[in-house]
Design a protein around this ligand. Structure first.
Ligand code: ADP
Ligand code: GLC
Length: 477
């Protein structure tokens, strides 16, 4: 049994802003099947403290970056959690990263440094359970190796990049507040263009780095996708791999999903489509109903979609969209919905509705400019909503484009467009209409999609292999 401490800022089903939560919530259970005992260290945000059930106090801190804190152990939805209850850092209204006005919390550096600090304390033997491996996710866990570097036991740190757009940078004047070693404020550790970078600290201090698809692991090494860290990653190239995400196939199972009219074959989608059109106030139609479920940000290519909509609508297509985020994108989408009867938009976050959309949609859209993995196209595959996606990152690795070769081999599962521009997406819509107009071919693609393996098994085994290699290397020393 390999003991792993997962360090994460979000975790489904307790707290979620995006796919990181899905991964952090699903990996421990999948890793258990591979012989790993994973516990999860999570901040005790106000929004989750009431949902923990029975807790046990396992450690206390008199002064954790400016206040008292307690570490609570509990079990939620089969997950072994260690919740860091630090009211001065996490007991507040608003988002988990941003305040009510949409600004980053000014003390985000301290909040997540504290999380990383506690991870290092746990590795140092603070509890009666010590991990063999520390597995941190994104910049919020990046400083962990800095708090470990003087430790007697050098627990290996595995670092997973879900989104390199966020660096967790702050000014060098915070060195003392963050309890960092000034002697290591240099290019080989956590200094990045004169600032403290939690992300760089993680990248430099990790024994192994991975991101959430193979294509994105390659893209990260280029200036276009590396977001300034391609040089740092090039230094660590030998230790960088891509492991594609799976999905929780129990929560996303078209045959048992309590949110939908369950179905086994593509034919069962018709009743869900009808219900979805009703929910969104769209008229019954013969054309393809496209769905999109997303954070509304620059990354997700929503502006490209708005520009390409005529190519969907002119040929009788419909769009049902659910999302929230950038207010400008929200307004633009609501305007589009107000001017066209075949567009319906819901602004908000709604888990059950997201299931109904994937069940009722003919196609699911993911026009992202970059996408480390992407999960909604995986839900789409499993529910026979064929993905129309940008050819990038995990979208490139998980969808088989309906090229003439893939169609004649009978293996296509969706449509990819490239470059990631509005004209190329428009062209993608034209191809979508063309395929949708050939019901036999479309059904074949749906069957292929629904058969594709999208669970965690293979990827959890890949994580287990990384952990095992590090444990063996450690015991050989
Ligand atoms: P990212 O992590 O970049 O946001 P992913 O595709 O990996 O992208 O994961 C997004 C997750 O959040 C998926 O589980 C998706 O269904 C969910 N999601 C995003 N927006 C909404 C929304 N408005 N309502 C319900 N679920 C949403
Ligand atoms: C990120 C990425 C997304 C990925 C998710 C989980 O937020 O944007 O592509 O699926 O993390 O790894």
């Amino acid at each position: 049994m390999i003991k792993v401490l997962s360090i994460t800022s979000e975790c489904a089903p307790l707290i979620k802003t995006g796919g990181l939560a899905d991964v952090a919530g699903a990996l421990p259970l999948a890793a258990a099947d591979q012989g790993c005992e994973m516990r999860t260290l999570l901040p005790g945000y106000r929004a989750i403290m009431g949902k923990l059930g029975q807790t046990k106090k396992v450690a206390t801190f008199k002064d954790l970056f400016g206040g008292k804190a307690t570490l609570l152990a509990c079990k939620v939805a089969g997950l072994d959690l260690l919740v860091l209850d630090a009211p001065h850092l996490f007991d507040r209204d608003g988002g988990i990263y941003i305040d009510a006005t949409g600004q980053d919390w000014p003390d985000n550096p301290e909040r997540f440094a504290a999380l990383s600090f506690v991870a290092a304390e746990i590795a140092g033997g603070m509890l009666d359970w010590s991990p063999d491996i520390l597995h941190g996710h994104d910049w919020q866990a990046g400083l962990t190796p800095e708090y470990l570097h003087n430790a007697e036991v050098q627990t290996p740190f595995v670092f997973t990049i879900h989104n390199i757009a966020f660096h967790g940078n702050c000014g060098g004047e915070k060195l003392g507040d963050l309890r960092l070693d000034p002697a290591r404020f240099d290019v080989d550790h956590f200094e990045f263009w004169g600032q403290i970078s939690a992300l760089k600290a993680g990248l430099m201090g990790a024994a192994k780095i991975n991101t959430v698809s193979r294509t994105y692991a390659e893209e990260l090494l280029t200036p276009e996708f590396g977001m300034g860290l391609d040089g740092v990653l090039a230094r660590r190239k030998a230790d960088l791999t891509g492991i594609v995400n799976g999905i929780d196939t129990a929560a996303w199972d078209p045959q048992t999903d309590p949110n939908i009219k369950p179905f086994k074959s593509p034919a069962g989608k018709a009743a869900n489509k009808k219900a979805l059109q009703k929910t969104f106030g769209l008229a019954p139609s013969d054309g393809p109903l496209c769905v999109l479920i997303s954070r509304l940000t620059e990354q997700k290519g929503i502006d490209l979609l708005i520009d390409a909509l005529p190519a969907l609508l002119d040929q009788g297509g419909q769009l049902a969209l659910l999302g929230s985020g950038d207010p400008r994108l929200e307004v633009a989408l609501l305007e589009a919905a107000a001017t066209h009867k075949n567009i319906a938009v819901k602004i908000g976050y709604d888990e059950p509705l997201s299931h109904q959309m994937v069940a009722g949609g003919d196609a699911i859209l993911v026009p992202s400019r970059f996408e480390p993995c992407g999960l909604t196209q995986l839900y789409g595959l499993r529910y026979g909503a064929l993905p129309l996606v940008a050819l990038t990152g995990g979208l490139a690795d998980t969808v088989i484009n309906a090229s003439p070769a893939a169609l004649s081999a009978g293996v296509a599962t969706g449509i990819q467009f490239f470059p990631v521009t509005a004209p190329a997406l428009s062209n993608g819509f034209t191809r979508l209409h063309d395929l949708y107009a050939q019901p036999k071919l479309w059904k074949q693609m749906q069957r292929n999609a629904m058969k594709q393996k999208v669970d965690w098994e293979t990827s959890a085994a890949a994580y287990r292999d990384i952990y095992a290699t590090l444990v063996e290397a450690g015991s050989a020393q």
